[in-house]
Design a protein around this ligand. Structure first.
Ligand SMILES: Nc1ncnc2c1ncn2[C@@H]1O[C@H](COP(=O)(O)OP(=O)(O)O)[C@@H](O)[C@H]1O
Ligand SMILES: [Mg+2]
Length: 220
């Protein structure tokens, strides 16, 4: 369970997040919406331990994320999946290598890496592209590689910040449905978007931010 308690954060004098509180149960799919500048990215950055907070607490199961040392933050990040709007793929590596890279670094054996990578490439519809390089892929395919990469170590929790930000409407809908499928398999997802189509597809629970405040939290 994720418990956010009275989270506040300033950038200089600007109150970017103000007294945000909410809870997320294991297996939930939470969509965070709000206009540009509402604080979505900052909120997700604080939840993954990439930005400090001024007050409040971020508890993930028994972990208090805002109290972790830098080494423990790295540890925590290895247990979650993170997806951003810009894909940050390695241009010199193939799709397969981009996805399997984290498992190689972690020292898994070759058979396991092959199997697990092939499984997530299937799930994300990228099997036929496994030997392609990022430059040979469409935007939608690149973002699916980023998702496959986030999934490869089988995280229980995924954070995605505007994952469809750079995609056309068709790819946007397809990607939203992929997130739905990943969630149905049991993964908790916290995703930010300002895309109405994504909200329509995913919006079982919607948290709305406005100028750094949580103004509504609704569940279908
Ligand atoms: N590093 C920073 N320094 C100063 N202000 C920032 C910084 N990052 C974000 N902000 C400000 O915080 C507010 C929220 O930004 P952000 O979290 O990126 O919103 P969103 O993702 O909803 O568009 C904006 O007003 C933005 O200008
Ligand atoms: Mg943002």
């Amino acid at each position: 369970m994720i418990v956010i308690e009275n989270l506040s954060k300033k950038h200089g004098k600007h109150q970017v997040l103000e007294d945000i509180s909410f809870k997320v149960n294991g297996g939930e799919l939470v969509t965070i919406v709000g206009g540009s500048g509402a604080g979505k990215t900052t909120l997700i950055h604080t939840l993954i331990g990439a930005e400090k907070i001024d007050s409040g607490n971020i508890k993930i199961d028994n972990l208090v994320v805002n109290k972790l040392s830098p080494a423990k933050v790295q540890d925590y990040r290895r247990h979650i999946g993170i997806i951003f709007q810009d894909y940050k793929l390695l241009p010199q590596k193939t799709v397969f290598e981009n996805v399997s890279f984290a498992l190689e670094v972690a020292g898994y054996d070759k058979n396991f890496i092959n199997q697990r990578t092939t499984d997530v490439l299937k799930l994300t519809g990228l099997e036929a592209k496994r030997n392609h390089f990022p430059r040979q892929l469409s935007g939608g395919e690149r973002q699916r590689v980023a998702i496959a990469r986030a999934l490869v170590h089988n995280p229980e929790l995924i954070f995605a910040d505007e994952p469809t930000g750079n995609l056309d409407p068709e790819n946007t809908a397809a990607l939203a449905r992929l997130f739905l499928k990943i969630n149905k398999s049991g993964t908790t997802i916290i995703l930010s978007t300002h895309n109405k189509e994504v909200v329509k597809i995913l919006g079982e629970r919607i948290i709305t931010l406005q100028k750094g405040k949580l103004v509504s939290d609704t569940k279908k």
